[in-house]
Design a protein around this ligand. Structure first.
Ligand code: SAM
Ligand code: SF4
Length: 473
């Protein structure tokens, strides 16, 4: 078979990263090999996101740049998938004349046949139909790329929550959960290929399996826990309204579940939460945070926040800042509200000016930075178990500190903080670091977005997060 090259550009969330991996797996039997060089590509796939207006603009700007490449290489096939494709459908072909294929969020299984038709007939195709049948077998077996330490696994697709600002239910469809057997089989396959950590993905993992009468999410977690060779488990996202005691208990009982939860709150104002259709109050959110910390004192909590939702007053915004002071998040993804097609809030009165949104975002980010720095600083002096993932960004770019003549590695704490460290600078330090190895690192410096440290020898390194001994600062 002639080798052809596939270039994938992924915009947006972790789910899109997972879908892009699935696209590569599905196109491999047609002879497509992935490349990081756009110029070499015979097929370019853009996997899009439409959650926020900015992500959509990014997609169209990338497509615009492809026009020149297509002129130079008329045989090039250009395809667009993901949420923007789902939403715009055939309109994209009109808007982008050099586009050959538009495929939706639930058409991954049909993708190889669509590409083959274009190769043979040089036609233009749009396929954005949404299967109503639960997508239980939509995932190719977990072959995984060799030597990857950490991978995503989608356990459910779509969403039934209809938050008033959000486009997901319209472009990703209604919520459907995969069968636990298929999830376990995929993770086993990944672990056989060297994967040590997996992140289970869903828009609201707490409702996993409920509609289909499958097992509950905590039950799924205990099944995943039994997979031999898997060291760490993470998940995202958990909706505060459904986040319950059973899941809190899992943080206590599981050996492999990491000490981190992403629990998006979106606003600290009850009035805004109601208008957003989030179905919880700030009091309930704060109560769940207290329960979590009472059960697992080491847990890191991160969140999402939207500023400038229609009708947000100074008092509402102050409630958000007040909630942040009460929780002291480890990290925060903060967004300026943007109107999204079909989302009810697009029709809401009381739109906030761009300038005000931007000012509020700045205030919020500054406040968060003080908490992030404080939390990172508190780890200085402690020894943390780090799962080595690979060379750090500085090392990969060739700008590492030559004075040390040592490889600079990167990995994460159980609480999901990035730690960079040298391989062999210290007498007596670990000198056989490999991707996927658990390394004990003494934290020496804290920065805004990462930590830096040196490996130390620890007598015995047990497998599993809770068995990963931690030493206080
Ligand atoms: N399912 C998750 C939940 O319930 O929190 C969130 C998924 S959404 C893909 C990721 C984040 O994008 C949301 O938590 C929200 O903060 C942000 N987001 C979604 N729609 C937005 C909009 N119209 N404007 C600004 N931010 C938005
Ligand atoms: Fe969007 Fe709300 Fe569903 Fe999250 S829970 S994906 S914010 S509708």
């Amino acid at each position: 078979m002639i080798s052809k090259y596939l270039y994938i550009n992924t915009i947006g969330c972790q789910m899109n990263v997972y879908d892009s991996e699935q696209i590569a797996i599905r196109l491999a039997p047609l002879g497509y090999q992935q490349t990081s060089s756009l110029e070499m590509a015979d097929l370019v796939i853009l996997n899009t996101c439409t959650i926020r207006a900015k992500a959509e603009q990014k997609a169209f700007s990338f497509l615009g740049r492809l026009a020149i490449l297509k002129k130079k290489k008329p045989g090039l096939i250009v395809g667009v998938g993901g949420c923007v494709a789902q939403q715009q459908g055939a309109k994209m072909l009109e808007r982008v004349p050099h586009l050959d294929l538009v495929f939706g969020t639930r058409t991954l299984d049909r993708l190889p046949a669509l590409v083959q038709r274009i190769e043979n007939k040089r036609c233009r195709i749009v396929d954005v139909s949404m299967s109503e049948i639960p997508d239980l077998s939509d995932t190719a077996p977990g072959e995984g790329n060799e030597n990857q330490v950490s991978r995503f696994v989608t356990i459910m697709r779509g969403c039934d929550n209809f938050c008033t600002y959000c486009v997901v239910p319209y472009v990703r469809g209604r919520e459907t959960s995969r069968h636990p057997d298929s999830i376990i089989e995929e993770i086993r396959g990944l672990v056989r290929n060297g994967v040590k950590e997996i992140t289970l993905l869903g828009q609201n993992v707490n409702s996993y399996g409920k509609k289909e009468g499958l097992c509950s999410f905590p039950e799924l977690l205990s099944r995943v826990e039994t997979i031999e060779g898997l060291m760490r488990i993470r998940f995202t996202t958990s909706h505060p309204k459904d986040f319950d005691e059973d899941l809190i208990k899992a943080f206590e009982s599981s050996e492999k579940l990491c000490n981190h939860i992403h629990l998006p709150v979106q606003s600290g104002s009850n009035r805004m939460l109601k208008r957003m259709n989030r179905k919880y109050t700030r009091e309930l959110y704060l109560d769940k945070v207290t329960q979590l910390r009472d059960t697992c004192s080491e847990i890191a909590i991160t969140s999402d926040m939207i500023v400038g939702f229609p009708g947000e007053t100074d008092a509402d915004f102050n409630d958000t800042l007040d909630l942040m002071r009460k929780v002291e998040f480890d990290g925060l993804f903060a967004f300026m509200y943007s109107d999204r097609p079909n989302a009810p809030a697009t029709q809401f009165k009381g739109k906030i000016s761009k300038q005000q949104k931007s000012e509020r975002l700045q205030i919020l980010l500054e406040l968060q930075e003080s908490f992030t720095k404080e939390k990172n600083q508190a780890l200085v002096g402690s020894v943390q178990p780090i799962l080595a993932e690979g060379f750090s960004k500085r090392q990969s770019s060739g700008s590492f500190d030559n004075q040390h003549q040592a490889a600079q590695w990167t990995g994460r704490t159980s609480s999901n903080k990035i730690v960079n460290f040298y391989q062999n600078d210290n007498p007596g330090s670990c000198d056989d670091i490999l991707p996927g190895k658990l390394v004990y690192v003494k934290i020496e410096k804290a920065y805004s977005h990462s930590l830096w440290g040196m490996p130390v020898e620890i007598e015995s390194a047990a497998e599993g997060v809770k068995g990963e001994k931690c030493y206080a600062a």
